[in-house]
Design a protein. Structure first.
Length: 216
């Protein structure tokens, strides 16, 4: 019986290694996280029975690296406040230009009273408010959002990760030099991940995020 058990153990280990080679990862409770993890995104697909979506630490690291590269404009391995502010300003300018183009219907680079009035009417009752804090239909963020892929993936990752912002860049810069490195940014985001990973299995699920939000 002992050789049979030994061969069975070897076969199970080989199967596990093959699965990992295909990018399949499992936490302490594979049924809880919904089974295989997408090797490209680090996120498990939701099951038909509603099992919670989950993200691995690899999924976090890949997304943080993309956020970092988007802000490290001179590719020197650090993100400074000047680089961050420049990227935010560039995104603001792009949104402002797109808004102007939508209103400037004859594309002559100037707004007539008729074009302005048509735009105001298109936003309904908001146009009649004199309040300076009137909500806008499209906000220009003071942070670089988590850009991930499908909308549901973005929503999930945004609940786990903090978008890149000026306060984070300062807080993550633990050696207090000119800029924040990728390693420092990863360490900062890992702190959020570990706090959300309530059962410490290396995955964060929507269930854990909900419990964290509710203070359970």
């Amino acid at each position: 019986m002992r050789p049979v058990a030994l061969y069975l153990g070897i076969a199970l280990l080989a199967g596990s290694a093959a699965a990992q080679g295909q990018g399949i990862e499992y936490g302490a409770d594979a049924s809880r996280i919904g089974g295989p993890v997408n090797p490209e995104t680090g996120i498990t697909p939701p099951r038909k029975d509603g099992t919670a979506r989950a993200v691995s630490r690899k999924g976090i690291d890949d997304t943080v690296e993309r956020m970092f590269k988007a802000a490290d404009s001179n590719r020197d391995g650090t993100v400074t406040l000047a680089e961050f502010n420049s990227e935010v300003d560039a995104r603001k300018n792009k949104i402002i230009a797109e808004r102007f183009a939508r209103i400037d219907t004859d594309h002559n680079q100037s707004l007539s009273m008729a074009e302005f009035a048509a735009w105001q009417r298109s936003i309904g009752a908001v146009a009649l408010s004199d309040r300076l804090d009137t909500p806008q239909t499209e906000m220009i963020a003071e942070s670089l959002p988590v850009e991930y892929g499908r909308k549901d993936d973005v929503d999930f990752m945004s609940a786990v990760l903090e978008p890149l912002n000026a306060t984070m860049i300062v807080s993550a810069n633990t050696d207090y030099d000119a800029g924040t490195s990728l390693a420092e940014l990863l360490e900062y985001e890992h702190g959020r991940f570990d706090k959300a990973d309530l059962n410490h299995d290396g995955f964060v699920t929507w269930d854990e995020i909900d419990k964290l939000r509710k203070g359970k």
